[in-house]
Design a protein around this ligand. Sequence first.
Ligand code: DGL
Length: 296
Amino acid sequence: MGQESQTTHLRILGDMDDKTKYPTVPGAIGVFDSGYGGLTILEQIRNTLPEYDYIYLGDNARTPYGTRSFDVVYRYTLECVTHLFSLGCHLVILACNTASAKALRSIQQRDLPRIAPNRRVLGVIRPTVEAVGKLTHTRHIGLLATTGTVQSESYPLEIQKLHEGIAITSEACPMWVPLIENNEHRSEGADYFVRKNLQHLLAADPLIDTIMLGCTHYPLLLEKIKQYIPQGVTVVPQGHIVAQSLADYLRRHPEMDVRCTRGGSCRYLTTESTEKFSSCASIFLQQEVQAEHIDL
Ligand code: DGL
């Protein structure tokens, strides 16, 4: 793109966004999670769409969100989303089921029209539900998630909207996130809790043939989960599904695609200490990352 046409292009973007106080030039795609779990989503997104720039924000100082009230999750999530907007993101993915369940709708319907009408925030629940409806043969699905996500009933509501008649049984697994964040997910203690929650889920509905992992941390327990489910039951992590859905979204929305820069970079931001983030992130990414601290 020549200098002149680029200037024109940026001015058009600026005009479209002039109600907001956020930078109007194209920017990175924001990926938000309460902590580390969203890294499992980010990894799959970057595998699928490596050419874009990303900013990952983990609200590690205030994690976990899974046990917090609607109001608190909404307030924290909005703060993180607006911070990503202020860093130039036009598109933010809530790579956290709890935030998607408790904050997404309010942010989309109440906040965006007022504070940033041309920016978009997308969640992980809808794409997961869309995909999972095609996988079940018995039409009985299980959901493993945080207490907050289960109590929100967001998954059953989406299932009813998109796949009427599919039965969904949910199991809250409050011990799984702390096990993973304390690097205990390969321990015998983890076996105890994984077995207990799966037995409970499958006893509640023995016809379940598809289990959704409705928490971005849970792919780290995938091998253990597979040990405790009967043959013929499929476990569905979300990362790949969300990545495909984002690729599809960008294809269908060229006006947003041009607002996302392509340099292949990724910044990692944390509300906690950078040393803690860098060492814990390696549990999720199998590589060292340099994080930057932010105050919200
Ligand atoms: N990563 C969050 C999710 O997907 C769970 C972690 C938390 O409780 O903050 O729900």
